[in-house]
Design a protein. Structure first.
Length: 326
């Protein structure tokens, strides 16, 4: 993903991204946004563009000065806006860093294997005026903010970034689940505590969550991201998701992600891996069995489908919001 900061800031961001778990990396979130952009109405595009230009980090992070003004610059700003809630995790963002909300990025629905006590399901209801506790509550809160014409354009632009990002987040299966088992009596933190290894000459050891974050590729330039998004839209047109797109209740979206985590990500609890050692963030244990190629094939197929669906759902959500809002 391309950023426009001094070398020192770029280096610090690179270290930050390498050592923390996200839901999709910058490429994944930008793919979701690019697909959404293609499915926004002209009215929604115009309103989204005008709003993002009021964002406090528009010139610093969202807008690429070398891109001529017009649709392509507007598209790029919308794509990078989807990554902004991850960017502000870095203290280098100053005041914007104060808007960082780590617990907004996920909702841990328990997946329990064996005789282990399960925690209660997290609440998916949000009370106006209260701080959201998870991704679903945060989507509800920011959707209300985006509809609220009494808020400043800057605040509504921030809410737009969160909606872009969080709809992408909840389509990453490991942002909707935590595994509880004899190995993980306190939960595996959405795969962050489970170490796996990919096979082959480029194989490496990492936590399961990080593996899934990067299923769409590394941090790519905008042009490369747009090509991937175009390819996915052709391979997975809207008509393929007719039933899914008819479901607008985000509770159902997140339960679908949790179900996919059970069956595909965790392989019904049989995914080969080992618990992360204390103090070991990404896993350096040598005795980690490799994931079978069948697993990776199925994982890539699901990730492609999920980011495409997220893009269509994001477009539908924003088209709905901006139909009756200034």
């Amino acid at each position: 993903m391309r950023l426009k900061f001094p070398v020192g800031v770029l280096f610090s961001c690179a270290l930050f991204f390498a050592s923390n778990a996200f839901a999709w990396n910058g490429t994944g979130h930008e793919i979701v946004a690019d697909i959404a952009w293609d499915n926004l109405t002209p009215e929604a595009k115009a309103k989204v563009t005008a709003l993002l230009q009021q964002h406090p980090d528009y010139t610093r992070a969202l807008m690429k000065p070398t891109t001529p003004a017009g649709d392509e610059r507007d598209r790029e700003a919308f794509m990078v806006a989807a990554t902004w809630p991850d960017l502000i995790r870095s203290a280098s963002f100053g005041k914007s860093h104060l808007l960082n909300r780590p617990n907004w990025h996920y909702i841990d629905i328990p997946y329990v294997i064996g005789d282990v006590k399960s925690p209660e399901n997290p609440s998916m209801k949000w009370t106006v005026g209260k701080e959201p506790e998870n991704a679903i509550q945060a989507i509800l809160k920011n959707s209300a903010d985006l509809r609220n014409a009494a808020l400043s354009p800057a605040d509504r632009a921030v809410a737009l970034c969160w909606i872009e990002h969080l709809i992408g987040d909840i389509h990453q299966p490991l942002h909707a689940v935590s595994l509880y088992s004899s190995q993980f009596p306190d939960g595996d933190r959405g795969g962050n505590s489970l170490i796996v290894r990919t096979d082959g000459p480029d194989g490496r050891t990492q936590n399961l969550h990080s593996l899934w974050d990067g299923m769409l590729g590394g941090f790519l330039e905008i042009d490369a991201v747009e090509k991937i998004a175009d390819k996915l839209e052709k391979e997975h047109p809207r008509k393929e998701f007719e039933k899914e797109l008819a479901v607008t209740d985000i509770d159902h979206w997140v339960y679908a992600s949790q179900d996919e985590a059970k069956h595909v990500v965790y392989m019904e609890g049989k995914v080969p891996g080992v618990p992360r050692s204390d103090g070991d963030r990404n896993g350096t244990q040598p005795a980690v069995p490799p994931l079978p190629q069948e697993y990776m094939d199925r994982a890539h197929a699901l990730a492609d489908r999920k980011v495409t669906l997220a893009g269509y759902r994001l477009a539908d959500a924003l088209n709905n919001i901006f139909v009756a809002n200034p």
